[in-house]
Structures are given as C-alpha cells and as structure tokens.
Write a protein that binds this ligand. Structure first.
Ligand code: NAP
Length: 475
C-alpha cells in the first residue's frame, strides 16, 4: 500500500511528468499523508490541450477504442483490491463501498466499449418531401472535439470512469482534472489506459489549482466540451463562462423519498438506513428527506432507527465499517452547524447529532421546517430528516420543494400511486420500492433544475459528446 500511494507523476502527452512542485494528499480519517502528486498549473494545462488536439488528428477506429476500454475493465478486475484500497485511503470511503465502486467502474468501461462499437448515425428519409426526391442522405456521428473533464472527490474512480470512458468511446481526447483530494484513483485509471494501448495524448491528467486549470479549459477554444461533476456553484459558473462550449453538468441533490402506509416497511427501513449513511452521506443521491404517510410514521421509525443505530462508525479500512469520515474538517463543521441550526429551530434529533471520536454519527432529525438547510439544501453528510404527510399530493409537493432535481423515490404497493409519483416528481429519475440512491452505470443519470443539464451513462454521454454530420448524395 505505502509504495503504491507514495508518489505519482502526471500523464501528459503520453509521458509521466514531474513539474517540480508536489501536492500532498492526506487521509480524511487519520490525517496521515497517503501520498504526493506532481502539481500542474496553466502551462501544463495548455500542453495537455495541445497533446489532446494533436492526438485527435489521427483518429482511432471504433474497434481499437472498444478494445482499449475492454482491456481497462479487465485490468481493473485484476487490480480490484488495490483500486479499492486506494479509494478507501484517499477518500476515506469504507472498504466495502470502495469495492462496489471498483466493480461499477468496470461496468462503466464495459458499457462504454459497447457504445464505441455501436456508434452510428442514421438514414434520413429524403423522399419524404418533394425537395429530397432523388437524393440519399445520412448522418455520421463525429466526436465533438477535445473534452475537458472535471470530477469530484466522492466517487474518485467511477466518476472519473464516467468522464473518460464515454469520451474515448466517442473518439474524443480528454484533459482530466480530478479532485485535488482524491487524485490517485484517477492516476491509476490513467496508468491502466496507457497499459491498455491508448496512444499518447488521448488522455492527459492534471492535478493542481482548480481555477487555474479550469480557466484554461474554459478559455481555450480547442476544448469543445466540458463535462463537470461537482457542486452547483462551480458548475453553473463554468457553464456561464463557456457559453459557446457544450458544458455538461452533473450536480447535487437534496434527495427525497416517500414512504406510503401500504409499503413493505421492513424493506423500506432497511434500504433507507443503508442509503442515507453510506460513505457518510457523501453521495449526490444519498437519502436526505424521508416523507412518511402519517399512519406509518411511528411503525417506520420503530424499524428505521434501530437499523441506523446498528451501523458501524469507524475506520474506513476496517472490513466492518459502514460509516467513515467526512472528506475534511470544514465539511464536518458545516454538517454539525446545520444540525445545530435545526435543533435551535425546535427540531428533534432522534439519533446521532454528535461525534463518535472525530466522526459524525448517523443522524436522524424530526420536526424540521422546510426552510431549514437540512431540508432544502444538500447536506452531503450522514444526516436525514423524517416528516409525516397526509396525502400523496402533500408528499409530492414536499419532495419537490427544493431547487434540486436529481433522483427521488417512493415506497408503495399501489401501482397508481407509484406512477403518479413518477409523473409528478420533478427529478431526473424516480425509483419505486428502491432507495433513490440506486444507480446502475448504464442508466441515463442526471438532473433537472439546479441539479444539472445532462444525462450520464455511456450510451447517453456518448451521444452528448458527438455531433451529427449530414451527408447528402445526389443519385
Ligand atoms: P466541487 O468542490 O465542486 O469540486 C468538483 C471539482 O471541481 C473538483 O475537481 C474541483 O477541484 C473542481 N473545481 C473547483 N473549483 C473549480 C473552478 N473554479 N474551476 C474548475 N474546477 C473547479 O465538488 P465536490 O465537493 O468535489 O463534490 C461534491 C459535489 O458534487 C456535491 O454537490 C455532489 O452532489 C456533487 N456530485 C454530483 C454527482 C452527479 O452525478 N450528479 C455525483 C457526485 C457528486 P479541486 O478538488 O481541486 O477543488
């Protein structure tokens, strides 16, 4: 482990480069240095764009792109445990969740390889109008150009996979800036890409000051698309500044779930306890707001609270741990402040609300007003609220009462209620009898409202990173 994490250079134009400056990465759990990484700035970012543009002058055929992506999936399988340890060490993610992330990243690469082989335009029915008679027309799907990719800390492997695998499948070269707190998983993927035969320049990975590297991606006209996953403030500012580029945003949520009285309450309680606190709530679709039909409110809490209290809080490297640390001290202080704000406003903390050692205990809060930050903003911590409702209309209105719209869920045995919720919840995805934290990597995944403007999942991302070129032939 120590040797693996100790030192990483950057991948630039096919070379592993040092820059003379290093950035330390520390464990969110112990504070120990887990490694150091060469630090890039604007000059390296410009070289990376040069390299990506040069690479794209010699396009890779689809079968080669697909073969490379499949090889990366295979290599990830062989180095599965090492990758999981890496995620756990740099992100503080409990090992069992880190292992799931590695398997999901394999799936993301596998699906992207399929999309590379399927990529095709379509026939245009030219004789459908008088003007088209005697002509044949079809479209070609062309790569959009160099892609700038910016990823967050919370899924340091699989969200990087969702950036680079579809872009490469689409035939685009990539300049990737992973989160400064978690660069090692991204650099492992870069190593696997190079081993899999990706020629120089197709993937460049830069770690360094976000604004400096981001500015190059925004200002350089050769970067035709920016794909960003992270917080809304950063994402929407990038979109405003890069008005002429395709800027694809995957942002936050304040994830609601409705539990109707006719639901299987044991099943709902089990799934909600697991999905409100996994990785200490640091998932964009972590269950945050639970609305329970009034007659089922006490029965659900009787089932839910013991399951929450049974979660093991501790060292992410321990096999038994369910809930580890928040990413840093600032995040911890912010989450504790939001809990205090709710308490001061008269909310009741049913469990948690304090620290176990240095870690925030899984926290369930009742009697919260909709204006409190734990209700309407993204907590991004191990905190959820529980609120009773009377009618489905009320529950849907409460769930929609946020500026976010990524995923939402409903537990019910009534098909009509499920379909009504699916139609009226203003979110990019709605789960029925599953926590809205669920994601399989081939799904179209993304938000409405402040949660973003795109859909990821290789099939959808490939479409967004290509453009159709029309060919018209006079017969
Ligand atoms: P963040 O602070 O916005 O950082 C995300 C990325 O943006 C990092 O690589 C960061 O670099 C970079 N960045 C920061 N400022 C920048 C700038 N001025 N220009 C260019 N890049 C900049 O978000 P985070 O705290 O890592 O992630 C948590 C957020 O991501 C939450 O809101 C969560 O909901 C969201 N998220 C959404 C999805 C989804 O699929 N919808 C998935 C996961 C997470 P540095 O690390 O160097 O600062």
């Amino acid at each position: 482990m120590a040797a693996l994490l100790s030192e990483r250079k950057l991948l630039l134009a096919g070379e592993w480069v040092e820059t003379g400056a290093w950035a330390e990465v520390r464990s969110p759990y112990s504070g120990d240095v887990v490694g150091r990484v060469a630090r890039a700035g604007a000059a390296e970012a410009r070289r990376a764009v040069d390299a990506a543009e040069a690479a794209m002058r010699d396009p890779l055929p689809a079968h080669r792109r697909a073969e490379i992506l499949v090889r990366v999936a295979g290599q990830l399988g062989r180095r599965h445990e090492e990758a999981a340890q890496l995620i756990s060490a740099e992100a503080g993610k409990p090992l069992k969740a880190a292992r799931v992330e590695v398997s999901r990243a394999m799936s993301t690469f596998t699906m992207a390889a399929v999309e590379a082989r399927k990529l095709a335009g379509e026939m245009v029915p030219m004789d459908a109008s008088q003007a088209g008679v005697g002509k044949l027309a079809f479209t070609l799907r062309q790569p959009v150009g160099v892609v700038g990719a910016i990823s967050p800390f919370n899924f340091p492997l699989n969200l990087v996979a969702h950036k680079i695998a579809p872009a490469l499948a689409a035939g685009c070269a990539v300049v990737l800036k992973p989160a400064s707190q978690t660069p090692f998983s991204a650099l492992l993927l870069a190593e696997l890409e190079a081993e899999a035969g990706l020629p120089p320049g197709w993937l460049n990975v830069l770690v360094g000051p976000a604004a400096e590297i981001g500015d190059v991606l925004v200002e350089d006209d050769r970067v035709r698309a920016i794909t960003f996953t992270g917080s809304g403030d950063v994402g929407w500012t990038l979109a405003e500044r890069a008005a002429r580029k395709r800027v694809k945003l995957e942002l936050g949520n304040a994830t609601p779930v409705i539990v109707a009285a006719d639901a299987d309450l044991d099943d709902a309680a089990t799934r909600l306890a697991a999905n409100a606190f996994s990785f200490a709530g640091q998932s964009c679709i972590s269950v945050q707001r639970i609305y329970v039909q009034r007659e089922a409110y006490d029965p659900l809490l009787e089932r839910f609270l013991p399951r929450v209290e049974a979660l093991v809080v501790g060292d992410p490297a321990d096999e038994a741990t369910d809930v580890g640390p928040l990413i840093d001290r600032d995040a911890r202080e912010r989450v504790l402040a939001w809990i205090e704000e709710a308490r001061a406003a008269g909310a009741r903390v049913l469990t948690g609300g304090d620290l176990e050692g240095e870690l925030v205990r899984p926290t369930v809060i009742a009697d919260v007003g909709p204006e409190l930050r734990v209700s309407c903003e993204e907590v991004f911590g191990p905190v959820c609220t529980v609120t009773p409702y009377d009618t489905l209309d009320d529950a849907i209105a409460l769930a929609n009462g946020t500026r976010y719209g990524l995923q939402a869920g409903i537990f019910t045995s009534d098909l009509k209620a499920a379909l009504a919720a699916a139609g009226r919840l203003e979110f990019g995805g709605v789960t029925v009898n599953e926590a809205p934290t669920f994601r399989a990597d081939q799904m179209p995944y993304g938000g409405v409202k402040d949660s973003g403007n795109t859909r990821e999942g290789p099939a959808y991302a490939v479409r967004e990173l290509t453009e159709e070129r029309l060919v018209v032939i006079e017969l």
